[in-house]
Design a protein around this ligand. Structure first.
Ligand code: FES
Length: 106
């Protein structure tokens, strides 16, 4: 599954993600900077905040109440397309997903 990631410096990188990981884990594993993920993927920190490309928003699993509450406390501005990358499982359905990393996580 391919995921396109735009880092704060404007550079776009494509990574390969596996079905047994989250978008956060795939990005961290491949050294993408700017996804801090302090809590290790447990929906407790909001330092894995990302912006999802608009045309992908409806195609991702709905966010939980926990994710919704955490996003309110994210370091970078919360937008309509904000999500926590640790709460997006990698599946065939998200092949080609494009996300943007905010300029800060803490
Ligand atoms: Fe902590 Fe996603 S890694 S909320």
């Amino acid at each position: 599954t391919q995921i396109n990631i735009i880092t704060p410096d404007g550079q776009q990188t494509s990574i390969d993600a596996s079905a047994n990981e989250s978008v956060m884990q795939a990005a961290s594993r491949q050294g993408i900077e700017g996804i801090v993920a302090e809590c290790g993927g447990n929906a407790m920190c909001a330092t894995c905040h990302i912006y999802v490309a608009e045309d992908w928003l409806d195609r991702l699993p709905a966010m939980s109440d926990d994710e919704d509450a955490l996003l309110d406390g994210a370091a970078a501005e919360r937008r309509a397309n904000s999500r926590l990358s640790c709460q997006i499982p990698v599946t065939d359905e998200i092949d080609g997903l494009t996300i943007r990393v905010p300029d800060r996580q803490v």
